[in-house]
Design a protein around this ligand. Sequence first.
Ligand SMILES: NC(=O)c1ccc[n+]([C@@H]2O[C@H](COP(=O)([O-])OP(=O)(O)OC[C@H]3O[C@@H](n4cnc5c(N)ncnc54)[C@H](O)[C@@H]3O)[C@@H](O)[C@H]2O)c1
Length: 445
Amino acid sequence: MKLPLMLFKQCFFGGFFVNNKSRIKVGIIGVGNCAKSLVEGIQYYVQNPDDKVGLMYQDIGGYTVEDIEFVIGFDIDSRKVNQPLGKALRAAPNCAMDHVKEIDNTCVAEGAKVYYSPVLDGVADYMLDFPEEVSFRISKDEVKTMDEIISLIKESKVDVLINYLPVGSEEATRFWVDVALAAGVHFVNCIPTIIATEDTQEIEQRFIDAGLTIVGSDMRSAWGSSRMSEILQGAMLDSGLIVTQHIQMNMASGSTQGQHYIRTGRTANTDFLNMSKQERLENKHISKENVLKGQNIVRDESICGMTLFAGPSLTVQQKPGGQYVGTDNKVANFDIVAYGFGRARYEITGRLSVQDSPNSGGVVVSAIRFCKVASEMGIVGFLRGPSAWTQKTPPLQLRSSDSKFECDALARRVFTDLTTPQKKENNPVAKNLPYTFQASKNDYV
Ligand SMILES: NC(=O)c1ccc[n+]([C@@H]2O[C@H](COP(=O)([O-])OP(=O)(O)OC[C@H]3O[C@@H](n4cnc5c(N)ncnc54)[C@H](O)[C@@H]3O)[C@@H](O)[C@H]2O)c1
């Protein structure tokens, strides 16, 4: 006998019934390149179900890519504000590669729009000096107030808000954390803010009190320089070596896929242009180095006297003239020195060239679903496993194998020693949960 369609929507998962599962509604703060790649990538996978390459998790607690829907966006750029979300994602200065011919309503809700939210410290003055084709331009429309934004988020029934603001948006992130808590939505903090332990604890307590989940901070890519550094650093330590120097230098260089024909005028994407001045970079630098230090800390290995450096080091800018287009291609160079058996010396040099924004989509597509599933399981606060797997500065640094184990368990809706104390019914208190101490200043200051 055939079951009615409604019953097909009910799926059994790891001992849980997900009744009448509805789509996860997502709101985007900062409709830039990473947002473009995430939305287009999800549309691509839904429309090409046989292609699974690049999807770390096809199924997280019963949710697949088909279950993600983008319902609202917030930005400050005159070319994006008041536009339909799909159109804004393709507007300049976004330059990430296209994954689909056009953005349709496969995963963008009908009527989803981009609203003008407060600029605060989102835009550095020097961004306005770059040509408009490749940089930000602030809208002159009327900006929405916090109360209006909270109402819009509630009306759109957002489940998860993603913070994709430019690096250095400290005040703006605080604004959006307040919005998320007031609107009752989960939060994925993809940028290097809220990285010092005392800030993280304070924010975590507020999310616990509100019965919400948070993943953060500062997303890493599916296979980017942070993952490379983490794996190499961890594997060398596990092989009994000491790593005395680990330098990871990142720069914008090359071409966005599909734009290789452009000979002159290529320049960095807005993320790299924004990071071209040191004043905006402090937290990014600390967060990137936390990846290296983290692998020592979890193994109780000292970093005393080691040369560890990871950071955006160079933003290649073209001379005026030519056809100005941003490039989403990023190159990371690695220079590692280690010592092993009988004081023998090892040297590794490496180079990774990637399309930056799609690479980040490969982790956020999972982070969104982890928030939703964890909350359905009654977990509150920072998701330690998914944060360690998808972000550079999680509240708790973990070995790669341990963070993957935690994610796999959550994807099967199974509790672990880390998630059980975070069940709402166990009344978790942030200060009593496990943390890796992370300073607000780097160690050398
Ligand atoms: N692989 C990656 O690309 C990667 C990895 C880790 C972290 N990140 C971080 O993720 C963030 C997003 O990266 P991106 O490449 O999409 O950047 P982007 O510059 O393409 O997008 C930022 C967007 O934010 C908007 N914006 C600026 N100020 C705003 C404000 N106050 N309110 C709302 N919107 C505002 C801009 O107009 C733009 O649309 C950056 O902080 C970046 O460093 C990216």
